[in-house]
Design a protein around this ligand. Structure first.
Ligand SMILES: *Cc1c(COP(=O)(O)O)cnc(C)c1O
Length: 230
C-alpha cells in the first residue's frame, strides 16, 4: 500500500471506532510516529497533510527536525533523560513521557529560558508491567500537584502504553483505567485546569483506545510503515 492508501485505510478505521463509541472524529488527533523512517519519508508524511509527528530518540529526531526546518508539530514520545531536555525544548511542543518531578523541573527551566511553554502528558503505568515506563496510578495525584505549579509546563492529560496483546480487546482495561484515572483526578480538582487529553493507542490497539476515549493516537507501523518503502 502507498502512504496515501495507508492514511485512507487508517482514517476509515478511526471513523468506524468513533461511530461505534458515539464520538466525534474531530476529537481524535493522529500523531504519525516517524521514528522508523528517514527525514525524506517524514517530509512525505507532512506533504500528505499530517502535521503531528512523533519521535522517541533525541539523537535521531533533532537532526530530522533540522533537516525539515522545523515543519510540523513535534511530539516526544519516548523515555527522556534530563540531560537531553535542552535538545528537545523549543523543537518539541508536546512531551508524552513525563514521569518524574526532576524531569518536569528541567523541562520548566529550559522552557523558561526559551520563553516557551511545553505541553506535557503524565505517563502512567496502568498495566503495572515492569517493562513499562510511567508512574504508578496511585502516584499520579502527588506528582500532578507538584508539576502543576511550574509556569512553563502545561499538563494537558495522561498517556499510557498497553501491553502487546494478541487480541486488542485485552487492552481495553488499560485504556479504560487511564480514562477513569483522569476523570477521578479532575473530579478532585488536582490540577488548576482539568486534564482533557488522553494519549493512548498504537498500531495494534488504537481502535480500542478510541472507543475508550483516546484524544491522541500514536501510529507508526500501520500508518507509516517500518522502512522507507512507500
Ligand atoms: C513506537 C511507538 C509508537 C508507535 O508504535 P506502532 O506500533 O509502530 O504504531 C507509539 N507510542 C510510543 C510511545 C512508541 O514508542
Amino acid at each position: 500500500m502507498s502512504l496515501k492508501e495507508r492514511i485512507q485505510h487508517v482514517e476509515e478505521m478511526i471513523m468506524a471506532a468513533c461511530d461505534r463509541s458515539g464520538r466525534n472524529r474531530e476529537d481524535v488527533t493522529v500523531i504519525a510516529v516517524t521514528k522508523y523512517v528517514s527525514a525524506e519519508m517524514t517530509s512525505s508524511v507532512l506533504n500528505s497533510g499530517i502535521i503531528h509527528l512523533g519521535e522517541n530518540r533525541p539523537g535521531v529526531a533533532v537532526p530530522k527536525w533540522e533537516a525539515l526546518g522545523g515543519q510540523g508539530v513535534w511530539h516526544f514520545i519516548g523515555h527522556l533523560q534530563s540531560r537531553k531536555v535542552k535538545d528537545v525544548v523549543g523543537k518539541f511542543q508536546y512531551i508524552h513521557s513525563l514521569d518524574r518531578f526532576s524531569l518536569a523541573q528541567e523541562l520548566d527551566k529550559r522552557a523558561a529560558t526559551a520563553d516557551t511553554v511545553v505541553n506535557a502528558f503524565l505517563q502512567v503505568n496502568i498495566s503495572g508491567e515492569a517493562s513499562k515506563q510511567g508512574v504508578a496510578p496511585e502516584e499520579a495525584e502527588t506528582l500532578l500537584r507538584e508539576v502543576d505549579q511550574l509556569a512553563h509546563l502545561k499538563i494537558i492529560g495522561l498517556m499510557t502504553m498497553a501491553p502487546e496483546e494478541e487480541d486488542p480487546e485485552d487492552t481495553r482495561p488499560v485504556f479504560r483505567g487511564l480514562r477513569m484515572l483522569r476523570d477521578e483526578l479532575n473530579a478532585k480538582g488536582v490540577t488548576a485546569e482539568p486534564l482533557t487529553e488522553l494519549s493512548m493507542g498504537m498500531s495494534g490497539d488504537f481502535e480500542v483506545a478510541i472507543e475508550e476515549g483516546a484524544t491522541w493516537v500514536r501510529l507508526g507501523t500501520l500508518l507509516i510503515g517500518k522502512g522507507d518503502e512507500m
